[in-house]
Design a protein around this ligand. Structure first.
Ligand code: PLP
Length: 398
């Protein structure tokens, strides 16, 4: 029998499946170019040409048994991890070595490895709403409980630090942060990180054990208007960083990322071994070997971020013109827009009438808003705007 514990996921999945099916049905009925699908965070720009070239070169140049084999260490190739560490040190002035890096199966597995390393059953993890919906499931995978720190829309969705303080208990082991943020596009400033660090230091001392920051960073390179994304380990000692090339190199299907576990964290010697073992016992075994070698060769490359920036401006300005309310995102590729109807689920249902597919804020623990993923073609954005205007007209007339 299917486990009872899986049934809430099965039921939840029917809503996602219904959305996919509806999108496919609409594309068939009206033509794909007449459906404005802003529902998925799947990159719309191709991986840079260096990636495909690196794959060809590696196949020609490197030992087949090695590039397709198990890694000797579950943490990944030593030379790839050293390349990642040196890259981070060049960018951020840090002092990591291969010993601080664990190659992972994307950010998703990195988060699971980090949580398995830190959590015992009943432990609590905090995340600032709105947050990536899978965080709750990942915490549950390891017996943890995710608690949402309420959103602060008036502060432009910057983290609500006073609410965080109130929610910390003796059971709190970690706070997951995500900047640039999915779904708001908000980037946490240096000042925000300093304040967050001060609270966590104070509270860690009070409860008698460290509270870790797990910094989920798949959008680190996607920042616009010259905004810098501060490197979290420089502000808070007990930080584990989870990175992924899913968005920065447009490689989500290749499942490749890494964890940084700095030597300065409490109990480093145990934690680094535990994370290596977690990679194995969770069934990831090691990150895909060929692609580890590819990202090491392409460590200085990036997908065409300018295309997202152009989309961001066009969609943001078009929606504001049409009367929608939204904080201008500084990063990632999402707009988090105030739902013109009180019920965000109802608004997303109404949007379908105008061939627009968007996701309710309820899915990010933040009802009353909707998420629009602008990793689509520029034409999709331009062509969708009259439909967004008509949709707003209908809402105003209700
Ligand atoms: N974290 C956030 C905030 C995301 O938006 C995503 C994917 O969209 C992930 C983690 C998972 O990324 P990956 O594909 O690297 O597992």
């Amino acid at each position: 029998m299917t486990a009872k514990s899986m049934m809430p996921y099965v039921q939840g999945n029917s809503a996602i499946r219904a959305m996919f099916e509806e999108g496919a049905r609409m594309a068939k009925e009206f033509g794909a170019e007449n459906v404005y699908d802003f529902s998925l965070g799947n990159p719309s720009v191709p991986a840079p040409p260096e990636v495909n070239q690196a794959i060809r070169d590696i196949l020609d140049e490197e030992d087949s048994l090695l590039i397709h084999g198990y890694n000797k260490s579950n943490s990944g190739y030593e030379d790839v991890r050293a390349t990642v560490a040196e890259h981070l040190n060049r960018l951020h002035g840090t002092a990591f070595t291969a010993a601080n890096i664990i190659m992972t199966v994307g950010a998703a597995s990195g988060l699971n490895v980090a949580l398995k390393t830190l959590l015992d059953p009943g432990d609590e993890v905090l995340a600032f709403a709105p947050y990536f919906v899978e965080y709750g499931n990942y915490a549950k995978n390891h017996g943890g409980v995710l608690k949402a720190v309420p959103a602060d829309p008036a502060a432009g969705f910057q983290p609500n630090l006073e609410a965080l303080r109130e929610l910390i208990s003796e059971k709190t082991q970690a706070v997951i942060i995500n900047s640039p943020n999915n779904p708001t596009g908000v980037v946490y400033s240096e000042e925000t990180l300093q304040k967050l660090a001060a609270i966590l230091e104070e509270k860690s001392a009070e409860i008698g054990h460290p509270i870790f920051i797990i910094s989920d960073e798949p959008y680190r390179e996607l920042a616009y208007d010259g905004v810098t994304v501060p490197y979290v380990t420089k502000y808070y000692r007990n930080t584990i960083v989870g990175y992924s090339w899913s968005k920065s190199l447009s490689l989500p299907g290749e499942r490749i990322g890494y964890l940084v576990i700095p030597s300065e964290i409490d109990d480093f010697d145990n934690a680094i071994v535990a994370a290596n073992i977690a990679n194995r016992v969770l069934g990831y075994v090691n990150a895909p070997t060929l692609i580890q070698r590819v990202v090491a060769r392409c460590i200085e490359c990036a997908a065409d971020i300018d295309a997202y920036d152009r989309n961001r401006k066009a969609l943001y300005e078009g929606l504001i013109d049409a009367g929608y309310e939204c904080t201008k995102p500084e990063g990632a590729f999402y707009l988090f827009v105030k739902s013109p109807l009180e019920d965000d689920v109802e608004f997303c249902a109404l949007a379908k009438k105008y061939h627009i597919l968007i996701v309710p804020g309820k899915s990010f623990a933040c009802p009353g808003y909707v998420r629009m993923a602008y990793c689509v073609s520029y034409d999709t954005i331009v062509n969708s705007l009259p439909h967004f205007r008509d949709l707003m007209e209908e809402v105003r007339g209700l």
